[in-house]
Design a binder for this molecule. Sequence first.
Ligand code: 6PG
Length: 486
Amino acid sequence: MNQADMGLIGLAVMGENLVLNMARHDYTVAVYNRTTARVDQFVSGRGASSRIIGTHTLQELVDQLKRPRRIMLMVRAGTAVDTVIDSLTPLLDEGDIIIDGGNSHYADTARRTTALANLGLLYVGTGVSGGEEGALHGPSIMPGGNPQAWPHVREILQAIAAKVDDGTPCCDWVGEGGAGHYVKMIHNGIEYGDMQMIGEAYWLLRNLLECSPADLSQVFADWNQGELNSYLIQITADILKTSDAQTGGPLIDVILDTAGQKGTGKWTGIEALQLGAPAPTLTEAVFARCLSALKEEREAAAAVLAGPSGRATAPGSPAAFVEDVRQALYAAKICSYAQGFQLLRMAAAENGWSLDFGGIALLWRGGCIIRAQFLGRIKAAYDDTPGLANLLLAPYFRDAIQAAQPAWRRVVATAAASGVPVPAFSSALAYYDGYRSARLPANLLQAQRDYFGAHQYERVDRPRGEFFHTNWTGRGGSTASTSYNQ
Ligand code: 6PG
């Protein structure tokens, strides 16, 4: 009794692996699962260890824990989290800590942090990224919630987290309320963008060069040696060289081209719209999944909607096109991360979080799905200029895009001319061109709004905040509409 350092509820694969990770770091963990047969299975199988204690009721679990009690929930995000919290809170004492390690929506985490604080309990909502392997060997952990909890959970969470080369853990306090889960949501939005852009690179090479998956596996393996080095590029190389056990052909060719999603990418897009943060590439990646899901409609449309005539081919030599696509991927990736961090910056201002952007890049440097060499550069950019408005302005990224943009523009133009969809590559380019434009055609848009709805406009030759209305037709009145944004 009272010997376990941590309680963990929810023995699906992430939960089990986190428990094994904690036990490997010499922490004693009491475990509980609603279907208790799972507990018995675990503690008599993979989890057979003197450091792992199986329990069959929440009371039993609670009784096993050192005080203040620390209980991690690895249950499905949504109402299941509230249900477990409701069952658990009557069994706890003031100062005990609940940690939600699922992909919860940040607003739920903020609400739960407040509700539990009112009961004298400390709540932590933490992003945990890295899939099964990460949970077992060292995930990226992004905790937020009640700051009073951090000293009590810091040691164990940092011990089980991934470490970067100098031993720094990919786990640090992110901020209050829903900040940890917000940062995890942005991680997933960026993950969606990375995956979509890698898919576009693969598809361009596949269609325009007629490469086999095995050839492409080598291309991605080569790319992984350079500035694109990352977990997602590495697994892409692995995926493309894997054969199907049934047909013996490339496995990739028998996987149905309809993407699933669990919602975190969608939440990122919704947040971007809510805050008015330009994150077109992250959002395009979600829409690309939605479009892919319309498989039957696409098949019907393919029979009737024409694209460019003639067989699409890459301009120049195959090697030159491969290099162009690599550079396009790198440039688009920079824009996608710039959007993610811009969104974080706007969310920090909106929610009163003082986020450490360089620190967040470091949390993602190891353990998580988007882990990449590149994140070290983002950390350095924020170290150099803590108030950096946009990553595109950091000299390293400015110069990288400058070098890559001729190839990037060639690739997007080739894709458009060939009828190969590259929504993330092209939206990233439009973002880049929009962000670097001192003037945009929004003047015409403002004129149209004022024309049909008296919505008013500001003038280039007057101070900001002074609004004007024109009686465009001579028939309108002089009353202007009020200005608001719902
Ligand atoms: C991670 C992942 C993970 C996510 C899955 C599935 O960081 O380990 O982001 O949290 O749930 O990748 O996401 P989708 O089903 O939405 O693709």
